[in-house]
Design a protein around this ligand. Structure first.
Ligand code: ZN
Length: 89
């Protein structure tokens, strides 16, 4: 099947594929600093998560970010995501 033009990314919580524009991007820059990339334009390696608290909880439980970046993730990053999700609701 031909793929659409919309890039799909996998959510680290539910592991489903979604249009990347509908997901929140978490980026690790060259200094190894993590941040939430609300513009989707930051440089670095990215991971994606649905704008859903359920997926955040799943990601925390299944260590989705750790698995995606293969490093230990500070709790602060998850806290930041929580804040981001709260702001969206
Ligand atoms: Zn999800």
């Amino acid at each position: 099947m031909a793929k659409g033009k919309t890039p799909l990314r996998k959510c680290i919580g539910c592991n489903e594929l979604f249009d990347k524009r509908s997901l929140i991007r978490i980026v690790k820059d060259s200094d190894g600093e993590f941040s939430i990339d609300s513009t989707g334009r930051k440089n670095g390696r990215g991971a994606y998560i649905c704008k859903s608290k359920e997926c955040l909880e799943k990601a925390i439980k299944n260590h989705g970010l750790e698995r995606s970046f293969k490093v230990k993730i500070d709790k602060e990053i998850y806290d930041e995501l929580q804040v981001e999700l709260d702001a969206l609701e």
